[in-house]
Design a protein around this ligand. Structure first.
Ligand SMILES: Cc1ncc(COP(=O)(O)O)c(C=O)c1O
Length: 441
């Protein structure tokens, strides 16, 4: 018998969040009750309008509720929400594959569509093992690839994401990711890249022979791990190593994709072609969709029925994905990402000269971050000041989110539609929050 009771108010539900949602979700920051979102803004239950420099964890690249995306989804929804892929076929998934293949790097133009980034990476690992008939997967320290058991196995941005969830996938190994700011040669990223490469070669020598490795799995710019940009030469060297030993190079572009770095994909920003590509987040501006992409020769080895999905690549998400591609093209968002990103870096670097707690300012396109350190130390991570800045900025109506192994970095990722005025407003708030937070340090 169902329990009859009065419908609870939103405020009441928020108060009881821990009785309703799994506490495993990071509910520490800031758990803001929101009711609406549009463009670069989200609207709180408190009646306030917040400038959103998180963009739905980097998914809403064309801005919240872009009218083209809303219309495309509505139109698809009124016709057909879901059928069964493989048993039936529909236009939006085929058209999305056709359009996506025009913008993905190299020849990675055959797709498996799932629902999320984690599924896309799981699929990439399965495809790499299946198509090479090798077991080894080498991921990179500080990397983040998702929360499924497979992707937790290849994630190492924080040990707490792994603790208590093992045993993990076997035959996963970790090599160093170049982190120029925290290397012994911060002014020479190439040397830092070489030292990371040596670490990978040591793995081949001591732990697993390259002929047993199916894939190297790497974020071309580490996201959750701290917005760390490796030298291009290191990514090129990974490509050469893969070619030499028949290893597949997987770029996890779940966070870097769809214009975030100022090109469609970071692979194009670095001019290095992966064999397999994973996509999600920006692909459908917040609708659940992800994809594993590879060139035909690899994908065709994935035998019939060896991988599948129920709702992955559903008609509505695919229709939204098609609208996203059109908007990125027609609103010139790659150019906007490059221009606004360069402007942000310029303003933040100027701020850095006046602020001893800013250790590093870095970015590629609109994937921008500031790393905080304790003053008068040797770059000791300053997660305490990050917490204060986040709170002070939110009090001034700017939503920000941290990242980094020690939660010592603040990422600034507005939608790619962001205007100069919105950037100025956001950075004015950010600067004043930093200066206020510094008073305590
Ligand atoms: C690089 C990267 N890969 C994979 C994922 C997992 O994506 P999802 O949360 O959609 O499963 C994320 C999420 O933040 C990510 O940043």
């Amino acid at each position: 018998m169902s329990k009859a009771r009065n419908k609870r108010s939103f405020e009441d539900l928020v108060k009881h969040i821990n009785d309703l949602l799994a506490p495993s979700l990071a509910q520490d920051w800031p758990n803001l009750p929101v009711v609406r979102a549009e463009g670069a803004y989200i609207y709180g239950q408190d009646g306030k309008r917040y400038l959103d420099f998180l963009a739905g964890f980097g998914a809403c690249n064309v801005g919240h509720n872009h009218s083209r995306v809303v219309e495309a989804a509505k139109s698809q929804m009124s016709k057909m929400i879901h059928t069964a892929i493989g048993v039936t076929n529909y236009e939006s998934i085929l058209r999305l594959a056709d359009e996506l293949g025009q913008v993905t790097p190299g020849d990675a133009n055959v797709f498996f569509f799932g629902n999320s980034g984690a599924e896309a990476v799981d699929g990439a690992i399965k495809l790499a093992r299946y198509s090479t008939q090798r077991k080894g997967i080498i991921a990179f320290l500080g990397g983040f690839h998702g929360r499924s058991l497979g992707t937790t196995s290849v994630t190492s941005s924080k040990a707490k994401y792994r603790t208590g969830h093992g045993p993990f996938l076997p035959d996963v190994y970790f090599a160093q990711f170049p982190y120029p700011f925290r290397s012994t040669t911060p002014d020479d990223p190439e040397k830092c890249g070489q030292s990371a490469l040596d670490d990978l070669l040591r793995l081949f020598e001591y732990v697993i022979e390259p002929e047993d490795v199916a894939a190297l799995l790497v974020e071309p710019v580490q996201g959750e791990g701290g917005y760390i940009i490796p030298p291009k030469s290191w990514l090129s060297a990974l490509r050469e190593i893969c070619d030499k030993y028949g290893i597949l190079l997987i770029f996890d572009e779940v966070q870097t994709g769809f214009g975030r770095t100022g090109e469609w994909f970071a692979a194009q920003s670095f001019d290095v072609q992966p064999d397999i590509l994973t996509l999600a987040k920006g692909i459908a501006n917040g609708f659940p969709l992800g994809a594993t992409a590879a060139r035909a020769e690899i994908m065709q080895k994935w035998g019939a029925a060896s991988h599948g999905t129920t709702c992955g690549g559903n008609p509505v998400s695919c229709a939204a994905g098609l609208a996203v591609i059109e908007v990125i093209r027609e609103e010139n968002l790659l150019v906007n990402a490059r221009e606004q990103g360069a402007y942000m870096l310029e303003r933040l670097r100027e701020l850095q000269t006046r602020t001893p707690i800013i250790g590093d300012v870095r970015g590629l396109g609109l994937m921008v971050a500031v790393e905080f350190v304790k003053p008068d130390t040797d770059k000791e991570p300053n997660s305490e000041v990050v917490q204060r800045i986040l709170r002070l900025a939110l009090d001034k109506d700017l939503l920000l989110y941290p990242c980094g192994h020690w939660t010592q970095v603040i990422r600034l990722i507005p939608p790619l539609t962001v205007t100069r005025e919105q950037i100025d407003k956001g950075l004015d708030i950010f600067s004043s929050a930093i200066l206020e937070a510094t008073i305590h340090d």
